[in-house]
Design a protein. Structure first.
Lengths: 311, 205
């Protein structure tokens, strides 16, 4: 089917936002990156807003969403519910960071140089329970968003690898972006974030390659009626199922970009861990993860034909 | 529970496209969109490796199959796509936000975005007519007396209604259970049935 750019951008930005939000939670659990928490929270919220704005371009009557999303089996309703949960947690985290900043400033002033040397610099810490909730909500949002596209009607989409690739993109782009924010604030990325970046990037690459292989195998699931003719489209040829392969035609370029771009975060995380230059390598890795996610979604739409594709 | 649907005798369908044209006229279907379309399936070898004249060819009218378990209804966030008590799947245009997830989730690709009204449309099984005891336009117009409208829950195809006030049992030749087919079922349980004798049904069910 045609590339649905608003949905491609929505899913990518939601994954990026949730990944960053989850990385914040991971850092908070590990007791790292306190100073990066507030900028990361703002960035995560901004990414979610960008994704939200993008998806509105997909809707013909966006104002009717206020009529109520009453159908709980709808993926869109489930996504909206998860976004509300993440939004509430963002507000809670914001309030706690602001309150903590007031208390921490006094403590930081009391600690002076010692506090700054310890890395907290008077910056507030999020409670562990909130950090755990942030990780869980971020992961749930990404998985639910990916699950919305698992449709029996479209063989190339109907796999748990779809949501997993979105989770992979989140786990690659999120911690790498957090590392960049830490580096920009003059903080070295903590061990947990560095490790999260590497594991997340490897998982993303593996899931992306596996999903592309699944899309290729899905071509066996399309209905075959032999020769046929559509009198309402007399000049149109028969559907070429082979062309729906992600490894055929225009999709090849998308697949190449998706795989190479998904490999970039792995290399970036490795070099970042080795050199400690997260500003450059974190940025390169996060950019690669986002570009890879976009390219994979493009291949996803190119391969996403109906099981009965003659109408 | 009622489940209105159409049974089509493909051995009687002559591929005249009258049903497709009548549907467009009755429902003001935009240019480029089809709520009802007739495909020619074949010529395909009657048996493996056979050549002309040993080939099968039939015409296949396709539209919304008004599924028992419609994926389009399950994915609709606002409830715009819904199933009526008569078993038909309808779209409430006032509720539709145009997200087109229903179109993506349909195994048959029979849903269209109406570019002018900016909502998704499809075959309504001529609800405006059947609610008044009339036949869907595609059935009413069928030149070959191939299409028959009725309640699948009754299980009695012979009582399905067709043009000229006739019942299916009066017109259609005998058929066996093996002759009754559906479009591919991926869990949606399509309600429509297709009868095809002496030829090989093409495609999964």
């Amino acid at each position: 089917m045609e590339l649905q750019w608003p949905l491609i951008l929505f899913t990518t930005f939601v994954a990026w936002s949730a990944g960053l939000f989850g990385a914040q939670g991971a850092a908070a659990l590990a007791g790292e990156g306190r100073r990066a928490q507030m900028p990361a929270l703002v960035a995560s919220a901004a990414l979610l807003v960008v994704g939200g704005v993008a998806v509105f371009f997909h809707l013909e009557y966006w104002e009717r969403i206020f009529n109520g999303f009453g159908n709980p089996t709808s993926g869109i309703t489930q996504e909206l519910a998860c976004i509300v949960v993440v939004g509430v947690l963002m507000v809670v985290a914001f309030v706690m960071l602001r309150r903590g900043a007031g208390d921490g400033a006094a403590a930081g002033a009391a600690n002076g140089e010692a506090g700054r040397a310890a890395g907290d610099d008077g910056a507030p810490a999020l409670p562990k329970w909130l950090a755990a909730l942030m990780i869980a909500a971020a992961a749930l949002l990404v998985l639910v968003t990916g699950h919305s596209y698992m449709m029996a009607a479209r063989p190339a989409w109907d796999s748990p690898l779809g949501p997993l690739t979105l989770l992979g993109a989140a786990c690659a782009a999120g911690p790498l972006t957090f590392a960049v924010i830490e580096a920009a604030l003059g903080e070295a990325a903590g061990r947990a974030i560095a490790l999260f970046s590497l594991i997340g990037s490897i998982a993303n690459l593996a899931a992306s390659v596996a999903y592309l292989a699944f899309m290729e195998m899905a071509s066996a699931s399309y209905t075959d009626v032999g020769f046929y003719y559509d009198p309402t489209h007399p000049t149109a040829g028969m559907v070429d199922v082979a062309a729906l392969s992600p490894f055929a035609g225009e999709s090849v370029a998308m697949v190449a970009v998706a795989v190479v771009a998904a490999a970039v975060p792995v290399a970036a995380a490795l070099v970042g861990r080795k050199t400690g230059n997260w500003k450059a390598w974190g940025a390169a890795g996060a950019l690669g993860a986002v570009v890879g996610a976009v390219a994979l979604r493009m291949a996803f739409y190119s391969a996403g034909a109906s099981v009965y594709l003659f109408y | 529970m009622t489940q209105y649907a159409i049974v089509t005798d493909l051995n009687r369908c002559v591929g005249c496209l009258a049903c497709a044209v009548a549907c467009k006229v009755a429902n003001n279907v935009p240019i480029g969109s089809f709520w009802n379309k007739v495909l020619r399936i074949g010529p395909n070898p009657s048996t493996e490796g056979s050549d002309f004249p040993n080939v099968d060819m039939y015409f296949l009218p396709i539209q919304c199959q008004h599924c028992e378990n419609p994926a389009c209804v399950a994915v609709c966030p606002t409830g715009a796509s819904h199933k009526l008590e008569d078993g038909t799947v309808q779209v409430d245009k006032e509720k539709c936000i145009g997200c087109q997830f229903c179109a993506m989730s349909c195994p048959y690709g029979v849903r269209y975005l109406n570019e002018e009204e900016r909502v998704v449309e499809k075959c309504t099984l001529c609800e405006q007519k059947t609610a008044q005891g009339e036949l869907p336009m595609c059935v009413d117009t069928c030149v070959g007396l191939a299409r028959w409208f009725g309640d699948m829950e009754s299980g009695d195809y012979a009582q399905f209604s067709g043009p000229l006030g006739k019942k299916m049992g009066e017109v259609v030749d005998e058929f066996s259970e093996e002759d009754v087919h559906t479009l591919p079922n991926v869990g949606n349980n399509p309600s429509f049935r297709y009868i095809l004798r002496d030829m090989t049904w093409q495609g999964e069910e």
